[in-house]
Design a binder for this molecule. Sequence first.
Ligand code: HEM
Length: 132
Amino acid sequence: MNTQEIDFVQQSFALVFARKADLAERFYVHLFARIPEARAMFRGDFLKQKTMLTTMIAACVKKLDDRRTLQELGEQLVLVHAHLDLGQRETEAAKRSLIAALRDVLGADLDRQTEAAWGRAIGLVAGTMTRH
Ligand code: HEM
């Protein structure tokens, strides 16, 4: 990602940050609409789950210019999802759900350039979310 793309993602995430609970809420609404069976995979405290999701997104957004740390975060994602046997379909659904959630929260502030930059960012991290 170039510096401008990183700026787009970081600046838009700064706008989202105050509403990160909404972002997580919308993410799961979109994810479960795309993959209904995913709902039953979550067995723990869902409120806590939403916090873990936004904490992970925040950590990735902060480290977009640090390949090594980003790769480590990607590896963490692989590990926490390993037992779920997620594949290409789920990875794609996660990308689309996050973009859709950003659109829900940011509205017109998610312009085309910002959306494209998020697409690249998600591709970098979530591309490694699954091993297959
Ligand atoms: C943007 C993509 C995603 C991110 C950033 C993300 C992030 C996370 C994080 C941080 C955790 C918490 C791990 C822990 O307990 O420390 C988690 C758990 C989990 N994720 Fe994801 N996730 C993503 C996509 C998905 C997708 C696509 C699915 C299913 C289709 C999924 C299903 C789960 C489940 C079921 C758990 C709970 C695991 C358990 O407690 O057994 N995630 N995720």
